[in-house]
Design a protein around this ligand. Structure first.
Ligand code: C5P
Length: 228
């Protein structure tokens, strides 16, 4: 079965830009990520249009609320037929379990965000979270696994360690990917696609190196070959 490892981040504010890029890509070489900006602007109709073009969609809305609210939001997202969606592991065990119950295993993949990579140790102390970010990430990944979620989003630098703690089935989705020799943009800790896959990543989230390329399809195709 065709299982592209590249997930292109559609970081646009207008549906037309997202659809235009989708027309320059193909479901054989990538999946697509719709996040808060695009979903807030363009809504479920856009998700449906992208799916009609044959793409699997990762709906990246990072739900974090009381268990009942998150469970209902998860049901609504899954009913769109998206391939994967996510919640915040910091919502805690009850919320994660409610989300899992709302989306039966084997349908839409349900993963958790552990810690946002934008948070350093001072930010964590600010909100009363003690310990090193890596320890907290590990704890939250174990919690997600414990609650039978399908995986987590993690930095490529955490991937190798997390892969040792969880089974092969557990999905590790990794942003912060840059092509060898490409520019870093605002990403601080970057990894090449090949390194990320070697470290145990299941899927790579890639935005600007593809969305701003002259030929996005060609980049995706090269990436698929590089990591296959
Ligand atoms: O353009 P670029 O490849 O940097 O885009 C990366 C995508 O992954 C963006 O949609 C960004 O919001 C997302 N992301 C990230 N770091 C995280 C979680 C998500 O870069 N820790």
């Amino acid at each position: 079965m065709n299982d592209p490892r590249v997930i292109v981040a559609l970081d646009f504010s207008r549906a037309a830009d997202a659809l235009n890029l989708a027309d320059r890509l193909a479901p054989q070489v990538c999946r697509l990520k719709v996040g808060k900006e695009l979903f807030t602007a363009a809504g479920p109709q856009l998700v449906e249009k992208l799916m009609l073009k044959g793409f699997d969609i990762f709906l990246d809305l990072k739900y974090h609320d009381i268990p009942n609210t998150v469970a209902n939001a998860c049901k609504a997202a899954a009913s769109l037929g998206v391939w994967m969606m996510n919640v915040h592991a910091l919502g805690g065990r009850k919320m994660l379990m409610a989300a899992r119950e709302a989306i039966p295993s084997g349908s839409t993949k349900l993963i958790a965000v552990t810690l946002l990579t934008s948070m350093d140790q001072d930010d964590l102390a600010d909100i009363g979270l003690q310990g090193q970010p890596e320890e907290i990430v590990e704890r939250l990944a174990r919690l997600a696994d414990d609650c039978a979620l399908d995986g987590v989003v993690c930095s490529a630098l955490e991937t190798a360690h997390l892969r040792q703690l969880v089974g092969d089935h557990f999905i590790l989705v990794t942003p912060g990917i840059r092509l060898a020799g490409g520019q870093a943009d605002d990403q601080k800790r970057i990894t090449t696609p090949r390194q990320a896959i070697q470290n145990g990543s299941s899927y790579l989230v890639i935005g600007r190196p593809i969305t701003q390329a002259d030929d996005p399809f060609l980049i995706c195709q090269r990436l698929s070959e590089e990591i296959s």
